[in-house]
Write a protein of this length. Sequence first.
Length: 139
Amino acid sequence: MTTSLQVFEHTTQIREDDIKGGHVHNSRFFTYIGNACDEWYRALGFTGDTISPGAPAVAHISNDFLKQMTFPGAVTCKLTVVRVGRTSLEHAVELRDASKPDVICGRGKIIHVWMDLTIGKTAPWPQEVLAKCWSESVQ
């Protein structure tokens, strides 16, 4: 059974200033991934205004560039929670041309950690957060 936020997709319009050399500049892939993460965090209930002793943070992000994307167009970023550790959570990432969903343009991963803001160190993910985004049956 998939929990509601274990697999999450967000589509972003490619902007004209994302283009360098006739295609989307590689650095923009990370912007698209970041936008999807922001939306995923919002869906989990983190708005940036949330005051709490704990919060998620990105510890690692990587992407392999597989195909070029061009303007005009849109990119769909798919985040899938694939692993949960004591203090970390890993997403597999796929970036696709929204008009050609069978074409993967980028593939990578993101590792998030849960931070205890009172001591500035990682801490276990709260169960109420994991309940919204993790099921071991989806890999």
